[in-house]
Ligand binder design. Structure first.
Ligand code: NDP
Length: 302
């Protein structure tokens, strides 16, 4: 039976560590860490994600300075809101919740965030820092995957890693982080021919394709570690009884892999909770750095 890479449990453990860091450092800093989640418009899924992030902040003692701009906000209004958060000395981390309403250009808005307050690690400078191996906030989802692998003592040194997906949000930074951990990395994407032949070479397979249940037994060699980043809400079948809830699934047909893989991350409860936790880690580390506090989170950051 494959080892379960339990992100929910690790996230809870890390929240406890973060709470202690905050309690220990607040006297020196004179204030708790602050995270600002900036939401624009009324995308319903974003509402849930923002609420989850704010709840996580409240659990560990991070102050939330979120703001919610209307759907018809102009590019300049969002830039002004970002500039205000950049200048706000209570704010250590800023997150621009995506997707933005049509008509707003996300690139210049992400670029306007102070790189040292970039809680999501998606600023061009921070992606460059990752590429060069320099310290800086790392993209939350791949950093969460790395923490999950490390927690289960799954060494990457000398291993063959395959990442399915090459987005800036997940696939590309994931590949760089695996390479920095001395894995030999292949990145597959929608134009890759014979995907199964590529993924079967993996000792560690990270799937971030955004395609529900696309990876199954035919893609995985015995003993591989499989991390499922995908998350999808599957509507109940037409003949399901009324009130049946939508089911969550990942990019992996996990039931096919339980006897093949060495380790497997579940959906939900795998990578998802780790993404939120790494956002908190980035915020607490930025706060510690600003106030010269020695933090004990070195194993989670670069
Ligand atoms: P994108 O749609 O931006 O990128 C998907 C990538 O997968 C692309 O590089 C694409 O290739 C590749 N791809 C698509 N289809 C195939 C295929 N059939 N074979 C091989 N590669 C393929 O998605 P994201 O990276 O933003 O997200 C990926 C998944 O992860 C989504 O399900 C998303 O919901 C989930 N996610 C989960 C998070 C969490 O916290 N659990 C956080 C962030 C994302 P190409 O470049 O050629 O188009």
């Amino acid at each position: 039976m494959a080892l379960r890479l339990d992100g929910k449990q690790l996230a809870a453990e890390l929240e406890e560590r973060l709470s202690k860091e905050i309690a220990a450092g607040t006297a020196q800093a004179g204030r708790p860490p602050g995270l600002a989640v900036l939401r624009v418009g009324d995308d319903p899924a974003s509402g849930v994600y923002v609420a989850n992030k704010e709840k996580a902040c409240a659990r560990i003692g991070v102050a939330s300075y979120g703001s919610h701009l209307p759907q018809d906000s102009t590019q300049q209004e969002v830039l002004d809101a970002i500039a205000a958060l950049n200048a706000d000395s209570r704010v250590d981390g800023i997150l621009l919740q995506l997707p933005l309403p049509a008509g707003l250009d996300e690139g210049p808005l992400l670029a306007a965030i102070d790189p040292d307050k970039d809680a999501d690690g998606l600023h061009t400078l921070n992606l460059g820092r990752l590429l060069k191996g320099e310290p800086g906030p790392r993209s939350c989802t791949p950093a969460g995957v790395m923490a999950l692998l490390a927690r289960h003592q799954l060494s990457l040194e000398g291993k063959r890693a395959v990442v399915v997906g090459r987005s800036i949000l997940v696939g590309q930074p994931m590949a760089l982080m695996l390479q920095a951990a001395n894995a030999t990395v292949t990145v597959a994407h929608s134009r890759t021919t014979d995907l199964a032949a590529v993924t079967r070479q993996a000792d560690v397979l990270v799937v971030a394709a955004g395609k529900p249940r696309m990876i199954g037994a035919e893609h995985v060699s015995p003993g591989a570690v499989v991390v499922d980043v995908g998350i999808h809400r599957l509507p109940p079948p037409a003949d399901a009884p009324e009130g049946t809830k939508a089911k969550l699934c990942g990019d992996v047909r996990s039931e096919e892999l339980s006897e093949i893989a060495l380790a497997l991350s579940p959906v939900p409860g795998g990578v998802g909770p780790m993404t939120v936790t790494m956002l908190l880690v980035n915020t607490v580390v930025a706060w510690s750095r600003r106030h010269g506090i020695d933090h004990g989170l070195a194993d989670l950051v670069v």
